[in-house]
Design a protein. Sequence first.
Length: 94
Amino acid sequence: MEFDLNNQGEIDLMSVKRMMEKLGAPKTHLELKKMISEVTGGTGDTISYQDFVNLMLGKRSAVLKLVMMFEGKASESTPKPSGPPPERAISSLP
């Protein structure tokens, strides 16, 4: 989240460059492009959240499966209604 400056769930080349510099391991643009290509499997120019989790936990990790299951459940949930709750009568209480 610290390096996802546009809040779209992806990290681009310049964000990865800043991250590596902050970690004390600066890389050239070519090294960064190669790293992003390895992480994404050559399918994109940005690292998505799922690619990042795969990288950090490994594709066969049980923790990864739990995280992805949780993320899926969180995105499926219906938004909570805004405003004050509806009025209830005493007879409707259990």
